[in-house]
Design a protein around this ligand. Sequence first.
Ligand SMILES: Nc1ncnc2c1ncn2[C@@H]1O[C@H](COP(=O)(O)OP(=O)(O)O)[C@@H](O)[C@H]1O
Ligand SMILES: O=C(O)C1=C[C@@H](OP(=O)(O)O)[C@@H](O)[C@H](O)C1
Ligand SMILES: [Mg+2]
Length: 164
Amino acid sequence: MDAIIIGFMGSGKTTVTQLLAEKLNVKFMDLDSLIVQHLGQSISDFFKSNSEEEFRAVETEVLKQSVNLKGILATGGGTPIYNVDVIKNMDLPVFLLDTKNETIKSRLSQDTGRPLVNQLGLDGIIDLKHQRDAIYNELSDHIIFTDDKTPLEVANQILKILRR
Ligand SMILES: Nc1ncnc2c1ncn2[C@@H]1O[C@H](COP(=O)(O)OP(=O)(O)O)[C@@H](O)[C@H]1O
Ligand SMILES: O=C(O)C1=C[C@@H](OP(=O)(O)O)[C@@H](O)[C@H](O)C1
Ligand SMILES: [Mg+2]
């Protein structure tokens, strides 16, 4: 793999990583999509009949399987929290997409596909972000603030760093 993109839900990992992979002409990988393929069902449906703990076990399994694949990987928002050592051992540049609370809320306000947003509500997920921020920062080599940028601008900023 060439790089790994982390950050909270709504920071733009999936959107930006897809653009970045196109620009680099490498494979785009989204851990959530790999999990959906592995499970044969959506993450929302999986959460309906399974616990978050079971989801995290699948997430770790699929993450470990993806280590040797080529391309750029967008993680899920919780992936780094439960896989600190796996990500450190990947020995790849880690880009953190950081986003203000209000931007996250507005980007996710229409969302129905993220079970934790449904369970915790928009204020609840901001508390969750605060709990996670220290680990995101610990793992990241580069932090990109996304609030006032388009996905393309975020991708270009990462591209510049990768080409340095
Ligand atoms: N830089 C950005 N500016 C405006 N909207 C964005 C930006 N990045 C992502 N979005 C929008 O926010 C939502 C969540 O983006 P997504 O890529 O799914 O985030 P993540 O994978 O980090 O949860 C989508 O509707 C997406 O179009
Ligand atoms: O933050 C989280 O714990 C999660 C984030 C989601 O990915 P996105 O960050 O791409 O929304 C997905 O992995 C799952 O719903 C759990
Ligand atoms: Mg995503």
